[in-house]
Design a protein around this ligand. Structure first.
Ligand code: ZN
Length: 153
């Protein structure tokens, strides 16, 4: 059982490394409907999130910026997974992602977050939780369309 868990952890790390090396949707979006900057002073992670909306559906998501492997992998995965989702579905995912990374629920169902499960391990490293959630806090601000920049502190 321990071996299975370690195999899974290796797989998760590989996915994180892959997204860090080759971030998906890493580009400026010229015709973005929403653009919000996110900053995590604790680690120095910085990103700009771009969204293209059609009504309440996210039709495209991209980002620019620089940060640690966890923050880069997280925003890369996020831009992939929110494409085609409605605002409500994206907020629902944010809630689940937050539950997963803060680890309050012992019986959290990893299947509920799909590919985002690769970041479940951050809950063992409280200092890295903000690296993983920065992308989502930025998305939340972009969907609410209230702020042009957010900080995790
Ligand atoms: Zn970081």
């Amino acid at each position: 059982r321990i071996t299975m868990f370690e195999d899974l952890r290796d797989l998760y790390q590989e996915v994180i490394f892959d997204h860090n090396r080759n971030p998906r949707n890493f580009r400026i979006m010229d015709n973005a409907d929403r653009k919000v900057e996110g900053f995590n002073p604790l680690c120095g992670d910085r990103l700009t999130l771009f969204l293209k909306m059609d009504g309440d559906t996210i039709t495209d998501a991209s980002f620019q910026g620089s940060g640690c492997a966890i923050s880069t992998a997280s925003v890369s995965l996020m831009t992939e997974i929110v494409k085609g989702k409605t605002e409500q579905q994206a907020e629902e995912l944010f809630k689940k992602f937050h539950e997963m990374t803060t680890g309050k629920d012992e019986n959290f169902n990893l299947e509920a977050v799909g590919k985002l499960a690769v970041l479940a391990g951050v809950r063992e490293y409280p200092a890295r939780v903000k690296c993983a959630t920065l992308a989502w806090h930025t998305l939340d601000a972009a969907l609410k369309n209230e702020q042009k920049s957010i900080s995790t502190e």
